[in-house]
Design a protein around this ligand. Structure first.
Ligand code: ADP
Ligand code: SR1
Ligand code: MG
Ligand code: MG
Ligand code: MG
Length: 392
């Protein structure tokens, strides 16, 4: 793995990648048992694989963030792959007989990398894993004034969906009983109370506070996070959960947008891949920062006490497990508020037919309720993705 967390493909990962990329899987006739893969790159810069199945073949080229023939000591923008892909498409349009066709270009790798980078850096460097308690306390104090925005979140995320409120709305009449069930679910209320306490009491890091996917602006090679007006020192999982929760909503909304000739399946696979890789890459980058700064100023785990590999591993596992379960809990809470609370998401709202929309929303709501209650039973993000696929 390169220093910025980019994961080079190898022959084993390539099989997984091809399976998860429908356009490539189709090219290979969905026959994955008999794949022949050979790395044939003989140029100076990139890695090139020929992938052959009994019924088709393709070439997969990957640019790593350095010059191949030199190694990591000579960094080079991996976004060159983007320019290669758009030039191939442009030239291919002009002279298709003499330019290979681009079946697929993986833009998503940029978004996933950028957003995981953003979350890992903003959350790590503002936490006690990096700051002294003195610096952390003065930073927390600086944000204590953002009371009204915090109170808005307390109300619309952690309170209103669980009681009768004039602001709540849902796809009525189809979801009337579903909304009522949320208000009557004692176990759900128990869990949301725990998360509300954490949101109000845990000054873990400077969080964005509203990191839904609408706060992330993307192009092919750039990702910009906007709109941090809810920023304060709160639980890290609230940010990661917001992003992941919105992706889960997007997943469950797709069936409502399917039309003849476009079943949205490839997009659903892309969303699942994005969820998995966002968490996994965040995990890698965040723990890498922790390793890099283990002898730094951070006072959560003083080197004098924790500077041996066994105890470091233990604290890291415990910390990341709690963060994972917080992420799932806050993500679920934010999904529920987007279905029965005041502010909804375009993914569902743009499904014109109410009955169809309600079917999608109900699936998402049921998934979220279960996730909120059972979040501690999930050990990995792939288990979450499997649960989504099972419900689908
Ligand atoms: P709000 O706080 O009301 O959600 P946002 O800051 O999210 O407002 O901005 C609303 C919209 O304005 C965004 O979804 C985006 O379309 C546009 N916008 C905001 N900031 C920028 C920016 N820096 N560059 C381009 N568009 C932006
Ligand atoms: C009245 S609630 C409005 C919502 O929009 C903001 O972007 C936040 O998500 C807030 O909860
Ligand atoms: Mg060349
Ligand atoms: Mg805003
Ligand atoms: Mg906004």
């Amino acid at each position: 793995m390169a220093s910025d967390g980019f994961r080079p493909l190898d022959e084993k990962l390539l099989v997984e990648y091809v399976k998860a990329t429908p356009v490539l899987a189709d090219k290979l006739g969905n026959q994955f048992d008999k794949l022949e893969i050979e790395e044939v790159g003989d140029g100076n810069l990139n890695f090139v694989y020929i992938v052959i199945s009994p019924s088709g073949s393709c070439v997969i080229k990957q640019a790593l963030p350095y010059i191949r023939c030199i190694g990591e000591s000579w960094p080079m923008a991996k976004e060159r792959a983007y320019f290669e892909a758009i030039t191939l498409k442009e030239h291919g349009g002009l002279c298709p007989d003499h330019v290979p066709e681009v079946y697929h270009f993986d833009n998503s790798m940029c978004l996933i990398e950028h957003i995981s980078d953003y979350m890992a850096k903003t959350l790590f460097y503002t936490s006690l894993l990096y700051l002294t308690t003195t610096d952390h306390k003065s930073a927390v104090a600086k944000y204590c004034g953002n009371v009204e925005m915090c109170r808005l979140t307390e109300q619309v995320v952690f309170s209103d969906p669980y009681k009768v409120s004039e602001h709540n709305h849902w796809t009525s009449p189809y979801l009337d009983s579903d909304a009522e069930a949320v208000r009557e679910d004692n176990l759900l209320k128990l869990e949301i109370a725990e998360l509300k306490s954490k949101f109000c009491e845990r000054a873990q890091a400077l969080i964005h506070g509203d990191l839904h996917t609408g706060s992330v602006m993307v192009t092919g090679d750039s990702t910009q996070v906007i709109d941090p007006e809810f920023g304060f020192y709160g639980p890290m999982g609230f940010d990661i959960g917001a992003f992941v929760g919105n992706l889960i909503l997007a997943y469950f909304a797709q069936d409502g947008h399917a039309v003849d000739g476009n079943d949205r399946k490839p997009y659903k696979v892309w969303i699942l891949k994005t969820i998995t890789e966002t968490w996994n890459l965040f995990y890698k980058k965040f723990t890498a920062l922790w390793d890099e700064h283990k002898d730094g100023p951070g006072e959560a785990y003083l080197p004098a006490i924790y500077n041996n590999p066994d105890v470091q591993l233990l604290v890291k596992q415990k910390y990341m497990k709690e963060l994972f379960h917080d992420t799932l809990g806050f993500g679920a809470a934010k999904m529920i508020r987007r279905i029965v609370g005041v502010a909804h998401v375009a993914d569902f709202e743009s499904i014109k037919e109410a009955k169809k929309r309600a079917v999608c929303e109900r699936k998402a709501l049921n998934f979220a309720k279960n996730l909120l209650k059972e979040r501690r039973d999930f050990q990995s993000i792939s288990e979450v993705v499997s649960a989504m696929e099972q419900l689908d």
